[in-house]
Design a protein around this ligand. Sequence first.
Ligand SMILES: CC(=O)N[C@H]1[C@@H](OP(=O)(O)OP(=O)(O)OC[C@H]2O[C@@H](n3ccc(=O)[nH]c3=O)[C@H](O)[C@@H]2O)O[C@H](CO)[C@@H](O)[C@@H]1O[C@H](C)C(=O)N[C@@H](C)C(=O)N[C@H](CCC(=O)O)C(=O)O
Ligand SMILES: Nc1ncnc2c1ncn2[C@@H]1O[C@H](COP(=O)(O)OP(=O)(O)OP(=O)(O)O)[C@@H](O)[C@H]1O
Ligand SMILES: N[C@H](CCC[C@H](N)C(=O)O)C(=O)O
Ligand SMILES: [Mg+2]
Length: 493
Amino acid sequence: MTNADNHLLSSLLSGVAVRAQAGPADVTVAGLTLDSRQARPGTIFFALRGAQTDGHQFIPKAVEQGASVIVCEELPAETAADTTYIQVADSAEAMAYMAAAFYGHPSRQLKLVGITGTNGKTTCATVLHKLFRELGYHVGLLSTVQNQIDEQVIPATHTTPDAIRLNELLAQMVAAGCTHTFMEVSSHAVVQHRITGLQFAGGVFTNLTHDHLDYHGTFDNYLKAKKGFFDGLGKQAFALTNADDKRGPVMLQNTAARRETYSLRGPATYRARLIENAVHGLHLDVDGRDVQFRLIGVFNAYNLLAVYGAAVLLGEEPMEVLTTLSGLTSAPGRFEPILAEKTRITGIVDYAHTPDALENVLDTIADIRQPSQQVITVVGCGGNRDAAKRPIMANLACKGSSRVVLTSDNPRFEDPNDILQQMQAGVQPADLGKVLTIADRREAIKTAVALAQPGDIVLVAGKGHENYQEIKGVKNDFDDKQVLQEMFDLLGK
Ligand SMILES: CC(=O)N[C@H]1[C@@H](OP(=O)(O)OP(=O)(O)OC[C@H]2O[C@@H](n3ccc(=O)[nH]c3=O)[C@H](O)[C@@H]2O)O[C@H](CO)[C@@H](O)[C@@H]1O[C@H](C)C(=O)N[C@@H](C)C(=O)N[C@H](CCC(=O)O)C(=O)O
Ligand SMILES: Nc1ncnc2c1ncn2[C@@H]1O[C@H](COP(=O)(O)OP(=O)(O)OP(=O)(O)O)[C@@H](O)[C@H]1O
Ligand SMILES: N[C@H](CCC[C@H](N)C(=O)O)C(=O)O
Ligand SMILES: [Mg+2]
């Protein structure tokens, strides 16, 4: 729903292939919705075919609630005389064009950059937002963690919101004076036409590994979804890809946008060479300039290079970009270090809540640690979610750590001890001696900190930026970073 001005229906239909139209033509539209329960007089209800159910079923409900216009793929057998029906080939696509028009095409008034890929979207979008704020711009952010207009936080429900919410947010950003917006583009968003009709100034590709096959069916479909974003870019845009990723070049195969690349391994528009990958940050040579960064891990060298390339392509001065970037920290809860100064213990809070992510984080720690530094990992698995990952994550934690404290993540409606038992099943007999099980997450973090010797690394995995722990439907305040800091202080570390 919206505060935007009212519009004549006909003014919203440009670009929409209307197959048939019935009912009053001169309708004034005051709002848009994809949920029949939100339909009101003056609103357009879009009947979308979803994953769970078919929105066409709810057309009578929307009419009953007073919807003025119904956009659908199939006209209902019975129509109401004072309701307008518009038949289109694809309701989701029509919704995207009409939402962009309804909100005054906000994407055309911004430099909008989309970031896609399996990993690194939140990191790149967030660091770009921070960078452009530091460079003095008013900037929007649409990300998994949160949406932002400058420093104002607007909670996010999706990585990429639906087309109505997305255009509404972009319009708010324009109204607030934003010149740039950085957004994550999920594969779901491409397939569901959430980004259709937007004008992008640029697109960035990070990498592609197996993910979301439950939704896309095959890896090829997943790849096509990501590629669809670049296929849709206009020739005024740039398309920046990771040349070191096997799928990087494929992404740009059919794009009309200017093709640009980044690489740590070979020739590319933007190049970096790793000088040092240490606990205190990355030391890189970027396009011949020696720069120290606060972000940690080789994967972040890629993220930093993508951010640098995008900023330069947006017209920023390379040296100023690098100087500013070197002082920035990562996205909340993404490999976020919490340092105990006295004892040089490094706490790391990371959102790794899947086997793949946990392995990735532990591999990164293995790369940066000195042989004398022990790794102590605190990890749990969420309740009412995929149970198959539980033993695997416990097993991986043992492989990559000297000590492991198994604990609760968000138990939700499950018994935490049941989850922990399933995790314990993945511990090899030889590793039993390094594992402790403490259901209370605060106690688990305390124990891990108590076990840490000067110089050690304490990884707290699974909850990243989350500031709550969900138990039996109640979200209790809980923040891994805060608790870790509290334990460093309490135990005199
Ligand atoms: C699988 C998926 O993407 N689902 C999204 C989809 O819902 P759906 O297809 O299940 O919808 P449905 O329940 O079948 O309903 C069909 C239609 O009927 C409508 N309806 C339903 C009931 C009713 O009474 N009246 C009514 O009008 C619904 O509003 C909907 O338009 O359309 C909804 C409206 O836009 C989304 O909220 C919903 O996101 C769900 C909550 C979700 O979990 N999505 C995840 C998978 C997602 O999108 N993730 C990506 C990031 C992934 C990542 O990289 O980590 C993201 O961009 O967030
Ligand atoms: N460029 C990268 N390559 C590989 N792994 C990465 C990269 N960047 C981040 N990661 C790892 O993936 C995790 C998620 O990072 P991030 O939140 O930036 O990705 P995302 O693409 O937004 O993920 P999501 O789809 O869950 O929103 C991080 O915690 C980190 O361990
Ligand atoms: N979007 C994911 C995040 C999981 C985060 C983890 N902390 C958990 O609660 O399992 C989910 O809701 O499954
Ligand atoms: Mg994300």
